[in-house]
Design a protein around this ligand. Structure first.
Ligand SMILES: [Zn+2]
Length: 264
């Protein structure tokens, strides 16, 4: 926007510089009043959709190994931040799930499947189930994000020979979980139109996660895809187990504290 070479005094920190951004604090030069157009353009750039996000999605589908290698080696500027990536996709996924009501259908479908397998239905368990359903419906977007630290820990253990740091596994987990969330959004849209494909949606939803992690780690580490798939499967299952144990522990601690305080 500001192409002049005349020195500019930063409105944020007072530093004198040339260009569009302050070289000390990063404040963007805004030499105009906020019109509605400028406000909206500024708001869009918060999500950085036009450059960072779509570019990252495209690159992750074309060449995930290259994205991860570049990002982990410090060439991060072109890519959408991994945490923002998963937060945005988890949010989008929640919106789509609520719109298409897939979640209710999925629960109904799986409980009907379970019923037909066990040939019995207890009313108490269905009551608990509907409560769980309610909670999960509200927090399912958070669950995907909460999985990241546990998956990263598990991959750190099972991919120990890769010598990757825990923080690096966090980055890979964000991109992999975000990407499988994106694919599950596509399944959600499709099954919204074709409710009979629900069984496909459930199976593919789980399968995608294993496959995405396997492909990402295989490409990043130049590892055999079969070995990578087996290690990823073990890591994901173990990651789920530590997350479950952790939530039960946290739940009990909160329960004890609430009881001591006399809340319950
Ligand atoms: Zn400044």
């Amino acid at each position: 926007m500001n192409k002049s070479l005349a020195p500019i005094t930063c409105k944020n920190c007072g530093n004198t510089f040339q260009g569009n951004y302050c070289n000390t604090c990063g404040q963007k030069v805004i030499d105009k009043r906020f019109t509605l157009k400028l406000f909206l353009r500024d708001a869009l750039s918060v999500f950085n959709l036009e450059r960072g996000f779509f570019f990252t999605v495209d690159q992750l589908f074309r060449n995930p190994g290259n994205v991860l290698k570049e990002y982990l080696s410090g060439r991060t500027k072109d890519y959408y931040h991994p945490l923002k990536y998963i937060i945005l996709l988890a949010g989008l996924s929640t919106i789509f799930v609520l719109i298409t009501n897939t979640f209710d259908n999925t629960i109904e479908f799986t409980s009907r499947l379970a019923e037909s397998l066990t040939e019995e239905s207890a009313s108490s368990s269905s009551n608990l189930q509907s409560k769980m359903q309610e909670i999960l419906r509200n927090y399912i977007n958070v669950v995907a994000i909460l999985m990241v630290p546990f998956f990263a820990l598990s991959f750190r253990i099972f991919f120990a020979r890769s010598k990757l740091y825990y923080g690096e596994h966090m980055i890979i987990s964000c991109y992999a979980l975000g990407t499988s969330t994106l694919i599950s959004i596509l399944f959600t849209i499709i099954s919204g139109f074709f409710p009979n494909l629900m069984v496909l949606n459930v199976t593919l939803g789980f399968g995608t996660q294993f496959l995405i992690f396997a492909i990402f780690y295989s490409r990043l580490l130049n590892k055999n895809i079969i070995i990578s798939f087996l290690l990823s499967t073990v890591s994901i299952i173990f990651g789920f187990i530590i997350m479950l144990i952790f939530s039960v522990l946290i739940g009990s601690v909160i329960g004890i504290v609430l009881k001591k305080m006399g809340v319950i």
